[in-house]
Write a protein that binds this ligand. Structure first.
Ligand code: MF3
Ligand code: CO
Length: 261
């Protein structure tokens, strides 16, 4: 991806992306509300599917083929406890105390929105709560850097500094990304690195920032389904993501409505 052009969205395109982002935010709120003890992860997928149909949207995830993997089989990713990202919904029943990450994306009129949050199912441990809070804070430390004139690596540096100062491991194997006509556009956005590197940030860029933070080490192991990434040491992991537009006035979070993460 390095060296590839980062698309700059026109005002019209930005308008469409605001709409896509709003749908993602609203549907994530519905899913959060539904994620209670006793509910299966497959039920969350069905709820998301219904919302997509009701609103005339297209899933960004269903059938997604990054190359060399089976196409992704659902419209949401649900990653529980030691699962980091890309957990596949199914018959798993959510339990009181589970740490649940929900990742969701759609496109409409040719433009994608992508967002994720980690929530407590019922009552979670203090350890889980702290991990969740720090990962959320790390996302916003990254977003704060999204000001014209800053450089791309300033984002990941800020995310890493926040997560590591709390003693957590920042996942290296998955990264944030540009987003627009494709869910994954240039550039790749690691959640770590030295500041002051890479392209300068320019108004009209839209980037999905998505820190994945492990309570223990940053190591990742893949499950046999070829999608689900879990922590190598079995410790908890959290994930937050927003689709963010860079403007002259600073960052505009497109996947946030009242009540969102
Ligand atoms: N937020 C994730 C990402 O940007 C969602 C991808 S899930 C997939 O990679 F199923 F579509 F791969
Ligand atoms: Co993403």
């Amino acid at each position: 991806m390095i060296g590839q052009r980062i698309p700059i969205k026109t005002r019209r395109e930005v308008e469409t992306m605001r709409e896509s982002g709003r749908h993602v935010a609203e549907i994530l709120l519905v899913l959060r509300e539904a994620a209670k003890p006793g509910v299966t992860t497959g039920e969350l997928d069905r709820i998301a599917h219904k919302e997509i149909e009701k609103r005339g949207l297209e899933s960004s995830f269903l059938g997604y083929d990054p190359g060399g993997l089976p196409p992704y089989p659902a419209v949401v990713c649900v990653s529980v406890n030691d699962e980091i990202v890309h957990g596949i919904p199914g018959s798993r029943v959510l339990q009181d105390g589970d740490l649940l990450s929900i990742d969701f994306g759609i496109h409409q009129e040719g433009f994608h929105g992508d967002s994720a949050c980690t929530i407590a199912v019922g009552e979670v441990s203090e350890e889980a709560r702290e991990l969740m809070e720090t990962t959320h804070e790390a996302l916003y430390k990254g977003i704060e850097q999204m000001v014209p004139g800053k450089r791309l690596s300033d984002i990941g540096h800020a995310v890493q500094a926040c997560a590591e100062s709390a003693g957590y491991g920042v996942v290296r194997q998955f990264v944030g990304h540009g987003i627009g006509r494709l869910m994954h556009e240039p550039p790749q956005i690691p959640n770590y690195g030295r500041p002051g590197r890479g392209p300068r940030l320019v108004p009209g860029m839209v980037l999905a920032i998505e820190p994945m933070v492990n309570a223990g080490s940053e190591g990742v192991r893949m499950l046999e389904d070829e999608w689900t990434a879990v922590t190598a040491d079995g410790e908890l992991s959290a994930h937050f993501e927003h689709t963010v537009l860079i403007t002259d006035e600073g960052p505009e979070v497109l996947t946030r409505v009242e009540g969102s993460h």
